[in-house]
Design a protein around this ligand. Structure first.
Ligand code: DPP
Ligand code: ZN
Length: 876
């Protein structure tokens, strides 16, 4: 099929006002009767047929205004039901379909997960439940009656508010009716039926309305839902306080299921979650798990306004809800935890996932203008870069201007299916600014390269920054226009204090933000009496690749003194990356590796600074990942050389800083019982980072310390961290530790996932056989996305030396898995295949093997549209 194009958008020809669904759950033959009241859209084409999407549906009956339709009045194909010549007036269609939830391995539409019936409709899953105009700009009011065997599904949940429930007379079945008063697109439809336990709490909104909150989990797991409930209540309050968004139904339910393609889904009033992002206890979840749960609970809740009350006109506008909602959840976590540390980890995620995407064959704009398979656009670019674009708006407009734009958007577009243009227009209108050039962030793909050089003119007492921006060509976009880049800067004086910024035209660079709009531009600051050190792109104000002519000495100075915590972190990272690039080149050339003196000095100073937040120090001490280094090198990448350079660097840092690391390890010993809150997590993060760097030295003492850490841990964060250390750094202790860990947690699938993921990441040739072996482990299941992502996803995404083995066996393994999974779950298969996104940057031998693996996938007959799209673009 040809691609779908943004430019081809047309409003729907028919609208749906109300939907009455009657769903009778059954493991293999669920029966759905849908009654739709429809009318011709005045904005559509007059006289149009009614075209309803469908996928793997069995049509049983269809009536129009209560009269069965003649077989000649409609046409059914595998993808649509078309009423050829419907009367051009309001009408009621009743359609009966049957689907098989147990056979639904795609996990789209209505399916069963460990015996629980659930649905996933975004993006195009509702058409797998009933025939419907499955597009986000058709908004209807839904009433859903769900019926099931009481024994099999005592809990029946739908969107909106509960209306009634009861027994079905004379049977073992029961039913529940739900009504959602808010018009919504069908991708936000959901229902759940199952044997579930729950926890409940009440929340009183800002205007005093009581909301009944429920979190439903597999029987016996309620004690692990408490943190999610806490995060939910805090999210609801925060959204009232920060964005003025109040909840709008009597109930809000969350259901955790074990088989889920995504992280979670924001269905109106009934969020459905991958259980990985709900269930947590100190014994089973790490600090990172807790932070993810908090962020994702908030994210899905925030969609109630940014996504549900205001939805997307079409799927090209996906970033309208996702980028904005990621920005909102990032801000929530920043307020709940440490803002600088949150910013650092968000930027690390962006650089680790989005930058490589933007630099490879899968690059696409934040708002793509064509797609073949929308499921493949739930990407780091749409989500994370999309959030950066919203953040830049805030940087440009300031706190108040941004809030004014948001208020206008929430007010003007409530109830709409909106576009990116609608969104930007609100900010332009509220602030009286022109955002035409800014809008290029949505349209142009690729990471802008910004090169800055600074010079101080002692005689003129001025400082000049010369800025050059370029945007590399990306698929489908050979020519680019200059972007509007908000570059936050500071000039740091010799005493470490920020100098006042006055531009030579007398204006003060507002909030320290330079507006870069031209390919080349210079900014001159006056009254600069001494040579300052420039601090560029503070807080990572723009998602660009920055390079400058800054000396190592200047970077070291910033690492110690910058008032901007992000740049303080980043200065040390820049030193480390520079070292690793040089060391990798030396390793490939068989030369001696350089000594990391500057980096050791920077890290040592950070470690010694008792005023810093431990969570910040932990981030600042982290050595850039192998993927970071590969991205920095950019072409002709040899993962083994990078691994060697990085391992050598870690050894050197370990040796040089051992006493300070040991002291910090002891200083940050836990006091009191485990708590997942940020301060406590920060202590653990720093302590574990020290443990890790110490173990990198490989001394018997450091490994014994890791072993003791493992054995005495009273929480999953410490236990799993130590296990990872032993698995990576202590082959002799590895098997016993892995076995002990497995023995303790063998009945807990989410913890066994961690155990598998860890083994898949060991940077040794045996990892491949280990992964193969684990696919036959009793706990592994190809049908469960969490299991597949843990084992195969971790191998492909987090074990560069073994995925990119020089003999090609790693590529083969992943290609085989993709082909195998594609028959069951195309979305999951396509996700996995995207691990090849940087294949063109590999050195020639590995590049050839990656290409061969991709071609083998491409040549497979019967591939899904999902995998066809990824493999096609990857090779294109
Ligand atoms: N559930 C996914 C998310 O919230 C897709 N909407 O990002
Ligand atoms: Zn989302």
């Amino acid at each position: 099929p040809p691609p779908v194009r943004l430019g081809d958008y047309r409003p729907p020809d028919w609208l749906v006002d109300t939907v009455h669904l009657d769903v009778r759950l059954h493991p293999s033959a669920a029966r759905i009767v849908a009654r739709l009241t429809m009318r011709p859209n005045p904005a559509g084409r007059a006289g149009s047929p009614i075209v309803l999407d469908g996928d793997e549906l069995s049509l049983k009956a269809i009536t129009l205004d209560g009269v069965p339709l003649a077989g000649t009045a409609y046409v059914v194909t595998p993808t649509a039901l078309t009423l050829l010549a419907p009367p051009q007036r309001p009408l009621t269609l009743e359609i009966e379909t049957v689907v098989n939830p147990s056979a639904n391995t795609k996990l789209m539409g209505l399916y069963r997960s460990s015996g629980t019936y659930c649905t996933q409709c975004e993006a195009e899953g509702f058409r797998r439940i009933t025939y419907f105009p499955d597009r986000p700009d058709v908004l209807a009011v839904y009433t859903t009656r769900i019926e099931a065997e009481r024994e099999e599904a005592p809990v029946l949940l739908g969107n909106g508010n509960p209306v009634e429930s009861g027994a079905v007379e004379g049977t073992s079945r029961h039913y529940a009716v739900w009504h959602d008063p808010w018009p919504k697109p069908c991708y936000l439809f959901a229902l759940v039926g199952g044997r579930l336990d729950r926890i409940t709490e009440d929340f009183v909104t800002a205007t005093g309305k009581k909301v009944a909150l429920g979190i439903y989990v597999e029987p016996g797991k309620t004690e692990r839902a408490g943190y999610a409930m806490d995060a939910l209540k805090r999210s609801m309050r925060w959204d009232e306080e920060v964005f003025g968004c109040e909840y709008d139904l009597d109930v809000f339910n969350i259901v955790a299921v074990a088989d889920f393609n995504m992280g979670a889904m924001e269905n109106k009033g009934l969020n459905i979650f991958n259980d990985k992002y709900v269930l947590a206890s100190p014994q089973t979840a790490t600090d990172a798990d807790y932070a993810n749960i908090e962020a994702i609970i908030a994210h899905e809740y925030f969609h109630n306004w940014t996504g549900n009350r205001i939805t997307c006109r079409d799927w090209f506008q996906l970033c309208l809800k996702e980028g904005l909602t990621v920005f909102r959840d990032q801000e929530f976590s920043a307020d709940a935890r440490s803002r600088p540390v949150k910013r650092i980890s968000d930027v690390r995620l962006l650089k680790g996932h989005q930058f490589p995407e933007d630099a490879g064959p899968l690059a696409h704009p934040v708002r793509p203008d064509s797609y073949r398979e929308i499921n493949n656009f739930y990407t780091a670019t749409v989500y994370e870069k999309g959030a950066e674009v919203v953040r830049m708006l805030k940087t440009l407009l300031g706190e108040e201007g941004f809030r004014a734009g948001m208020d206008l958007y929430l007010d003007r577009h409530d109830g709409d299916a909106a576009t990116v243009e609608d969104f930007l227009t609100c900010f332009a209108d509220a602030n009286g600014v022109d955002l035409t050039q800014f809008a290029l962030w949505y349209a142009q793909s690729g990471t802008p390269q910004v090169t800055v050089s600074g010079s101080w003119d002692a005689a003129a007492r001025s400082y000049r920054l010369d800025v050059v921006q370029t945007l590399p060509p990306t698929p489908g976009q050979s020519e680019k226009q200059p972007m509007l880049i908000p570059l936050a800067v500071g000039l740091v004086g010799p005493d470490g204090q920020d100098l006042p910024l006055t531009l030579d035209d007398g204006s003060n660079a507002e909030r320290g933000v330079l507006l870069v709009t031209q390919p080349r531009q210079s900014f001159v600051f006056r009254d600069i009496a001494q040579r300052p050190v420039p601090s560029l792109n503070r807080g990572f104000s723009a998602p660009v690749k920055l390079s400058s002519d800054m000396s190592t000495a200047d970077l070291l100075f910033l690492a110690r003194h910058d008032s901007d915590p992000f740049n303080r972190f980043d200065a040390a990272q820049t030193i480390a990356l520079g070292h690793l690039v040089e060391a990798t080149a030396a390793a490939r050339a068989g030369a001696d590796l350089p000594a990391p003196d500057a980096l050791v000095a920077a890290l040592g100073a950070t470690l010694d600074d008792g005023t810093l937040d431990p969570a910040f120090v932990a981030q600042a001490l982290s050595i850039p990942s192998e993927t970071d280094v590969a991205r920095e090198i950019g072409e002709d990448v040899d993962p083994d050389a990078i691994h060697f350079a990085r391992t050598t660097l870690r050894q050197a840092v370990s040796a040089a800083l051992a006493p300070a690391l040991e002291a910090a390890y002891i200083r940050h010993a836990p006091s009191g019982a485990y708590s997942p809150e940020a301060a406590s997590a920060g202590q653990r993060a720093l302590r574990n980072t020290c443990l890790d760097l110490l173990a990198a030295g490989g001394t018997a003492e450091s490994l014994a310390r890791a072993q003791a850490h493992f054995e005495t841990a009273d929480n999953m964060t410490d236990r799993f961290f130590a296990l990872s250390l032993l698995a990576h750094a202590a082959p002799q202790a590895r098997e016993a530790a892995l076995a002990a860990f497995h023995e303790r947690f063998r009945d807990d699938p989410l913890v066994v996932d961690k155990w598998m993921a860890l083994q898949a990441q060991i940077a040794e040739p045996q990892a491949l056989e280990r992964v193969r072996g684990l696919t036959h482990h009793a706990a592994f299941a190809w049908s469960n996305p969490n299991r597949v992502r843990a084992l195969i996803g971790s191998f492909a995404g987090l074990n560069p030396t073994q995925f990119h083995r020089i003999d090609g066996a790693g590529h083969e393994l992943v290609a085989d898995a993709v082909i195998d999974i594609d028959g069951r779950n195309p979305q999951l298969a396509a996700r996995l295949l995207a691990a090849f996104k940087s294949w063109r940057s590999l050195e020639p031998v590995r590049r050839a093997s990656a290409e061969a693996a991709l071609r083998r996938v491409a040549d497979k007959p019967g591939l899904s549209p999902d995998v066809t799209d990824i493999v096609g673009r990857s090779l294109g």
